[in-house]
Design a protein around this ligand. Structure first.
Ligand code: EPU
Length: 432
């Protein structure tokens, strides 16, 4: 049954206060789960957020022959597989981008894998050409039949020198894990540098992998023939830097002293530097950041923010940032460089009263401040959905946000956490 959020907008008042704890990173937990086929013993993952994308991936792992269990709400244990099924479930793979990451470890372990084009948020073309090219260069054959990619390497994979024409996050993670079991050395040039990649490599290395340079643009992996072993160690999911950024933006928009807790401040530097430009006061104390309510302002003629790979401004915070800019005095140009379909949501902000002009599919001009009006909203994808939640929070009047499963994919029970800091929000099932 379809669920919606009912949100009573604050109408420009800054009322939210208290503490907002950040949970484990979706895009880190998904990748260590996808690494499960590489392990000879039990893999225990802690601080896992209880979100839909994680549930989809554990269901997928179960159907590949890796039994997963949840001894406690934020803990997942993957049992070592006796036999691995290398045909990915079509229905789950089509709704989850991270399913592509599992193809690497499965191919490395079994010498074959087949899967449909992966799904996930509809934010652009989301090609997988670099994955396929890398598999071929590592010695596999790639065919496409009846809607499925079939990758085959009956004699195993060999190390290769690979240059990524775009620094893909999932591409880097997948090929790094595949190379752990390839014969010889693999080098990935122009690799993505997101912190989740270094975190993953660190754990794999502690379990027997030999990966150098993860977190930089060149990664070197020396293959091994032994399966990895945790020997009882567990992977602790780091705090979600995108959730951190989303909550900080909420605090800037609607907070009267809101503290975001359990964060890694180093990983949100690009956002904090924008806060400095907008004169938004914040205090960093250890793993907590407190933001005080303010009237943000751009002092220069025009602010330009371009999304980029880490440590640049993350594309996943682009939509929440645009909402903040609608409430900021001055003019800003936001340039989405990573995905070509990630600004469509701005039309809805315009209907709410924002002054946003889509210059082309990659650039939006925002002039503020403009008060927003509450509306019926459809969450188009995870991050734009969160941006609508922010817009509804500050709007005058009530909003109903549909398609909340898009938000549930990446944010655990967000309504409970926002209600705790003073927002009037409830989850309702339509037709009841
Ligand atoms: N690309 C190619 N060929 C490929 C792979 C990617 O051309 O083979 C292009 C993409 O089309 C895109 C660019 O490379 O234009 C970068 O995409 P990337 O591959 O880095 O994105 P991703 O790995 O599919 C991950 C996150 C996204 C996040 C991006 C960018 C996961 C599961 N997803 O996606 O997260 O936006 O990196 O940081 O890790 C989200 O959490 O809401 C989300 C969409």
């Amino acid at each position: 049954m379809a669920e919606v959020f009912h949100i009573k907008g604050l109408g420009g008042e800054k009322k939210l206060s208290g503490q907002l704890p950040v949970y484990g990173a979706k895009n880190a937990a998904l990748k260590i789960l996808a690494a499960a086929p590489l392990f000879a013993d039990e893999l225990r993952i802690t601080n896992v957020p209880d979100i839909l994308d994680i549930r989809s991936l554990t269901t997928l792992l179960d159907s590949q022959g890796i039994a997963t269990s949840r001894p406690s709400p934020r803990e997942i244990v993957c049992s070592p597989a006796k036999t691995l099924n290398s045909v990915l479930d079509t229905e789950i793979s089509k709704r989850l981008r991270a399913s592509i990451v599992l193809t690497g470890p499965l191919l490395a372990r079994t010498g074959k894998v087949s899967f449909p084009h992966p799904g996930g948020c509809v934010i652009g073309e989301r090609s997988i050409d670099m994955f396929l090219e890398a598999y071929e260069k590592m010695g596999a054959t790639v065919t496409h039949e009846r809607g499925a990619y079939i990758i085959s390497a009956p004699k195993g994979l060999s190390g290769a020198d690979l240059f990524f024409h775009v620094p893909s996050v999932t591409g880097t993670e997948t090929i790094m894990m595949t190379a752990v079991y390839a014969d010889g050395i693999t080098r990935i040039y122009n690799a993505a540098m997101e912190p989740e990649i270094a975190h993953l490599a660190e754990f794999l290395n502690a379990c027997g992998a030999r990966i150098k340079g993860a977190g930089t643009s060149t990664i070197e992996i020396s293959g091994t023939t032994d399966l990895l072993r945790t020997d009882g160690a567990s992977y602790t999911t780091p705090p979600d830097r995108i959730e951190t950024g989303s909550f900080l933006i909420l605090a800037a928009l609607a907070g009267d002293q809101l503290t975001v807790t359990g964060v890694n401040p180093d990983e949100v530097r690009s956002l904090l530097s924008v806060f400095e430009i907008l004169s938004i006061p914040f205090v960093v104390e250890g793993d907590r950041i407190t933001v005080s309510g303010s009237a943000p302002e751009i002092s220069q003629k025009r602010l330009v923010v371009k999304t980029a790979g880490y440590p640049g401004f993350p594309t996943d915070l682009q939509a929440p940032l645009v909402v903040l800019l609608t409430q900021t005095r001055g003019e800003a140009l936001v340039f989405e460089t990573i995905f070509e379909g990630r600004l469509a949501y701005t039309e809805e902000l315009e209907r709410m009263g924002a002054d946003v002009v889509l210059m082309d599919p990659h650039r939006v001009l925002v002039k503020g401040p403009k008060p927003l009006r509450g509306r019926d909203l459809e969450s188009p994808d995870l991050r734009a959905g969160l941006a609508f939640l922010l817009a509804a929070t500050i709007a005058k009047g009530d909003s109903v946000l549909h398609n909340v499963e898009n938000i549930d994919r990446g944010y655990e029970r967000i309504e409970d956490r926002l209600a705790n800091v003073g927002l009037s929000i409830s989850r309702e099932t339509l037709g009841t």
